[in-house]
Each structure stands twice: as structure tokens, then as C-alpha cells.
Ligand binder design. Structure first.
Ligand code: SF4
Length: 182
């Protein structure tokens, strides 16, 4: 069984990808970044939802250690970017580099993300950024587009069945101004 570190962007989006990878035979370790989530109370709610998902799946998560001000400083010059623009590309890179660093420390050689389940995110860009993050640390990247095959719709049924908290915006302070795009 191949060990795989799965970057879980949020618990609801983690449901279908995690179950699919488990069913393919991967030994999945979940990783949560979290430093992009604003405000603090929202970060706590999403982290608790992730822990609830992990209890259902029977695994302990790896929690990212990046402080929120580290993420804020990194993206500060891109504050005016629209959602889906350069700030989001940098945000993906920060999250996936955090995941790659955790995988390297744990001796897990394969990396993947749940981000591609979102109908609003650029899956090709995410896979390219993930492959670069993995390659820098000598890891392999598992390319997936989880929204294929109605993945997002199926995830809605799964998180509802599990009773997980579902957010109404992507995550950072800048995305609060935007309507439901997660
Ligand atoms: S909108 Fe989402 S992906 Fe874009 S910077 Fe904010 S948290 Fe990251």
C-alpha cells in the first residue's frame, strides 16, 4: 500500500477525494494548512470540522504550523487581486509547499490535494503548482481532478451525511467579500 499525504483544503472538500484515494488502496495521511483562514473563529470551526472528518476516517491529521501572519505577509502585495488571480496561485503554492514539507518530514513520498474538487478553482494550475512543490523536495505528485464525475455534487451529499460544518467563502479575509465560492 502506497503512503500518501493528502492536503485537505477543508473537511467538506476532503470527503470524496479521501474516500476515493482510500478505495484505490492508498494509505492516506491528511494534512491541514489553515493559516489562510480568517478570522480566528472561522479557522477554529474549519479545523474542528477537519478533526470530525478525521474521526470518521480513523486517522490523525497533520496540522500545518504556519502562523496566520506568515500567510498574510506573503500575500500582502496581492490584496487587490480578484479571487482566482495571482493571490490564489500564491496561496495554493504556500499550502502545497507546507504539505510537501510535512510529507518530507514524515518520510511520505507521494503528495496530492483536495483543491481540485472545487468547480471554481483552476485544476490544471493546482496540479502544476503541486507537482513543483513535490519535485522541490524529491517527492512524487499524484495528479487528480476530483470534480470530474460530479465529484463536487457527490461531496455535498457526503458532508451532509457526516454532519460536517460547511463554510460560505473560500477562506481568507479577501474572499469574504465574494459570494459562495469555496
Ligand atoms: S480566495 Fe481562497 S485560494 Fe484565494 S487567496 Fe483567499 S483563501 Fe487562498
Amino acid at each position: 500500500m502506497d503512503s500518501l499525504l493528502l492536503h485537505v483544503c477543508c473537511a467538506p472538500d476532503g470527503t470524496v477525494p479521501w474516500e476515493a484515494l482510500r478505495d484505490e488502496g492508498y494509505d492516506v495521511t491528511p494534512y491541514w494548512y489553515g493559516a489562510n483562514i480568517f478570522p480566528e473563529d472561522e479557522e477554529r470551526r474549519r479545523r474542528e470540522a477537519l478533526l470530525a472528518l478525521c474521526r470518521v476516517m480513523g486517522r490523525e491529521p497533520v496540522l500545518g504550523g504556519t502562523p496566520p501572519d506568515g500567510w498574510e505577509t506573503a500575500v500582502r502585495d496581492l490584496a487587490a487581486e480578484p479571487e482566482g488571480g495571482r493571490r490564489c496561485a500564491l496561496c495554493f503554492a504556500l499550502q502545497l509547499d507546507g504539505a510537501a514539507e510535512a510529507a518530507e518530514k514524515l518520510g511520505i513520498g507521494l503528495l496530492c490535494t483536495t483543491l481540485t474538487i472545487s468547480p471554481h478553482k483552476d485544476a490544471a494550475l493546482i496540479n502544476r503548482i503541486g507537482a513543483e512543490a513535490a519535485s522541490r523536495r524529491g517527492l512524487r505528485w499524484l495528479e487528480r481532478v476530483f470534480r470530474k464525475g460530479n465529484g463536487f455534487v457527490r461531496s455535498v451529499a457526503r458532508w451532509k451525511a457526516m454532519g460536517l460544518y460547511r463554510q460560505t467563502y473560500c477562506g481568507c479575509r479577501y474572499s469574504i467579500r465574494t459570494e459562495v465560492r469555496t
